[in-house]
Design a protein. Sequence first.
Length: 373
Amino acid sequence: MKKRIRIYEMPLLHLTILMLCFGAVMLYSTSSTIAINKIGWDDSAFYFNNHLIRIIIGLIGLLMMYNINLKWLQLYSKHLLILSWILMICAYFTASIYDLPTRRSFIINGKNLFTTSDFARFALIVFTANFIDENKKYISDLKKILIEYAPYFTITMALIMQQPDFSSTFIISLIIISMLIVSGLKIKFVGYLAIIGSIIATYAYIAYEYVRTRVNNWWFYDPIEHPAEQISRGLQAIYNGGFWGKGFGKSIIKEGFMAEGHTDYILALIGEELGFIGILLLFITFFIFYFITIKISKSSPNIFCSMLCLGIAYNILYYFLINSAYVVGILPPTGLAVPFISYGGSHTLFTLIAIGTILNISKYSNIYKKRYL
C-alpha cells in the first residue's frame, strides 16, 4: 500500500520555493538603488523586506488552500465570484474617499490590502471550472452559455475594465477562453469570441486615454527620438547583459535609468545581470512548472479539479509570457507582474493561494480518488 503524499515530497512545492527564493534575491538586487533614492541610505532593503512579508502571508494562504475541502470551493464558486464583485464595487467607493486615480485596490483605514482584480481572476477561474464540470456535455450549447455563464463573465470583465484595467481584462479573458477551448468549445464560437474581443479592444483604445497612449507609444516607438522610454531602457538592459550577463548586482540601467524596474520590467534587469543564459533558465523553469501542473491536471479526480488546475497553469504561464513579450517590445507595455518574482503584494498572495490549490488537487490523484469522491 502506497503512503500518503506529504507536502514536502511535492516537486511543485520545491519549484515554487526555488522561484520565490530566486525572485527575492533578484528583487533585492533590482530594488536596492530605487529604495535608496526614494527612502534613504538606511533603507536599501525596504522593498525586499516588504516582499518577504508578503511572501510569508502568501505561504500562509498556500497552506490554508492546501488544507481546504475542495468540495467547498466548488460548491461556493458562484458565491466567491459574487464576493469579488462586491469587493470591486467597494474599491470604487474607497477610491473616491481617498481621491485615487484608479479603483483597483481594496483599502481599509488607508491601507491597500490587495488588488481586487487579482481576487476576481482567481474567483472566475474557479467559477469557470465548476461551470465546465456541470455542463461538460453541453459546453457548446450556445443558449446554456449565454444564460448560465456569459452574464457572470461579462459583469466580472466590465467591473475590471472600469477600474480601469484593460491589461487584466485581456489576460483573464485569454485564460478563460483557453479553458473553454480545452473543455470542448467549438472552434466557430472561438471565432465569435475573437470578433467580440476585437470590438472591445477597439472600444478601449477609443474610450481610455491610457490604453491609447500605451499602444501609440509602442506602435510608433522611435528609439532615437525617445531614448529614455521604458521600452528603450528594457532593450538596452538586455543588450548590456549579452550571453553571460554583467554579474549579480552590476546592472547599470537600475541606477536611476529605469523607473520601477523591480516591478513589471524586472525581467530586463535580470537579463542585464544574468544575461541570456539567466533568462533561458527562467523560461525552462516556468515551462517545467507548466508541465508539472498539466500532469497534476491529467490525474485529477474530476473535471472540476482538472480544469481548475489547468486554469491556474494558464494564468501563471500567460503572465510570464506576456510580460516577456512586452519587455522586448513585441507587445505594448501592460504593467503585468512576473509571477513569483516581481514586487507586488496581492499578485504574490493570490499566486501562492493558487499554488496551494494545485497542491491540494495533487493530493487527490488516481491513488486518492475515493477520499475526494
